[in-house]
Ligand binder design. Structure first.
Ligand SMILES: CC(C)(COP(=O)(O)OP(=O)(O)OC[C@H]1O[C@@H](n2cnc3c(N)ncnc32)[C@H](O)[C@@H]1OP(=O)(O)O)[C@@H](O)C(=O)NCCC(=O)NCCS
Length: 162
């Protein structure tokens, strides 16, 4: 599928919030306020997938010197360290009608290349057990159960070192 991947803009705020609410349960979905803070703080590592001008997915995360994601990072965009060592993935979303066509993979590969070109040491994320195998395909290694209790779920720490 011939999608365009581009950096987010503040004009995307409502649509990004809507996509997130479609892709995640209420307890896990980031709020409009949270996205506003993220777009203002780290637009350079927030990418939109567009098809014919329509937002069908996105990937985003701040930068940190830690090797695992901790819950405060999600809530406090000021913890973003622009020149830090590790790119985080806070979320990757693809609208249901467009899934299983490699769009998340395109977004992930774009983020990995961007992070590598930006001089990071790697990329980190947390995921549920059912997606561990998916992220392993990109080279992520499972570090085990995360301390994160985000949304009341159990998460695994994954790291991709360059
Ligand atoms: C996970 C998600 C981003 C994948 O998007 P996508 O564009 O369909 O991904 P791709 O086409 O690159 O790859 C699909 C792969 O994901 C796997 N997958 C997606 N959802 C899955 C689930 N709930 N359980 C198990 N595997 C799943 C598919 O089995 C497929 O694996 P395969 O390549 O081995 O066949 C999308 O399903 C989504 O937005 N889900 C809701 C939000 C979410 O859970 N995000 C990830 C956590 S941050």
């Amino acid at each position: 599928m011939n999608i365009t991947i581009r950096q987010v803009s503040i004009n995307d705020l409502d649509e990004v919030t809507r996509v997130e609410a479609t892709c995640f349960p209420n307890a896990e979905a980031a709020t409009r306020e949270s996205f506003e803070q993220r777009i203002k703080t780290f637009p350079e590592s927030f990418f939109i997938a567009e098809l014919n001008g329509k937002i069908i997915g996105f990937i985003n995360g701040c930068i940190t010197n830690e090797t695992v994601i901790y819950d405060e990072l999600y809530k406090d965009a000021s913890l973003h360290i622009p020149n830090g060592d590790y790119q985080t993935i806070f979320g990757i979303d693809v609208m249901p009608d467009y899934r299983n066509q490699g769009i998340a993979a395109q977004l992930m590969n774009y983020m990995i290349k961007f992070s590598s070109n930006s001089g990071r040491k790697g990329v980190i994320l947390t995921c549920k057990d059912r997606l561990i195998h998916y992220y392993e395909k990109f080279g992520y290694v499972n570090k085990g159960i995360s301390k994160s209790v985000h949304g009341g779920a159990q998460w695994y720490d994954m790291i991709l070192k360059f």
